[in-house]
Design a protein around this ligand. Structure first.
Ligand code: ARG
Length: 278
């Protein structure tokens, strides 16, 4: 009996396949077309449409990021978004049978973008915190970040207490911004659109220090002579992928795929490629 049922099922699958492209399940065949195109930062395709595809066919996974945060995300020599987050997203998309499209935007636009459906996921070295959990849902964490302080070599700031009364540069809308504004007062905090601009201001003497995540900090210090990272941790945080609140279907798929990619060493390998263990 079982054998017959199996044969019948196989036959049905076969006919469905012959009848063309997945039949009923394929609710948006024209979008699967878009999914085969090259990822384009300025693509006009709506993630809301693409997101519908995630349920039934492959479709496109639209990722939002702020590509001024090396080694998690940066523009490579071909002017494409590269880095840990882009590679993890590519591996996840592949697991889910989807194409990946990456949209680069201001860090502060990322949560509104995922809330409004302009992107499906945010991978941006984004820290999970209570405030954000009110607006979006997060997957399991895939990396740890530490807020550190960058100062000019020889600065009189030697620890966190030294930040008192100093002018602190931060990336607007980040956790570093929230901590510093809360701890040292808005009037002492200068917000920049991205980490690179904050570092430029530090190099020019417009700010006394910059509070930023440790891995970008190492990159910026390596690229700018005369700066150093204080040997003190302001905060330790978890990075995760944000999805629209209530998008449990995508969240569960991502968590399952991520667990597999952790298990088989893919995620560890991507991180190790950009952050070689010392
Ligand atoms: N981890 C910090 C936060 O979530 C900073 C992230 C900045 N990321 C970026 N791609 N610019 O607030």
């Amino acid at each position: 009996m079982k054998k017959i049922a199996f044969l019948l099922a196989a036959l049905m699958l076969l006919t469905a396949g012959l009848a063309g492209c997945g039949g009923k399940d394929n609710t948006a065949p024209d979008n699967s077309q878009a999914g085969t195109q090259e990822p384009a930062a300025d693509a006009g395709s709506s993630a809301a449409d693409d997101a519908d595809n995630t349920a039934s066919d492959g479709g496109t996974l639209v990722m939002g990021t702020n590509a001024a945060f090396p080694p998690y995300e940066f523009m490579d020599e071909n002017n494409e978004v590269a880095g840990i987050d882009a590679e993890i997203a590519a591996a996840l998309a592949e697991k889910l049978g989807m194409e990946l499209e990456i949209k680069d935007m201001a860090f502060e636009s990322l949560i509104p973008a995922v809330q409004g459906g302009a992107v499906d996921v945010v991978l941006a070295g984004m820290t999970v915190n209570e405030e954000r959990l009110e607006s979006v849902d997060f997957t399991e964490s895939y990396a740890t970040g530490i807020q550190v302080v960058i100062v000019p070599e020889g600065s009189e700031i030697v620890d966190i207490d030294g930040l008192d009364g100093k002018t602190i540069g931060v990336q607007s809308g980040t956790t570093g911004d929230t901590y510093c504004t809360g701890d040292y007062g808005q009037e002492n905090v200068k917000q920049f659109d991205n980490g690179a601009l904050a570092i430029a201001a530090l190099a020019n003497g417009q700010v006394d220090c910059v509070v930023i995540d440790n891995e970008p900090a190492k990159n910026y210090v390596a690229a700018n002579a005369g700066l150093q990272i204080l040997d003190t941790e302001y905060a330790v945080e978890d990075y995760a992928i944000a999805v629209a609140k209530g998008n449990t279907e995508l969240l569960e798929k991502l968590n399952t795929a991520m667990a597999e990619l952790k298990e088989d060493g893919t995620i560890g390998g991507i991180i190790e490629k950009y952050i070689p263990a010392e």
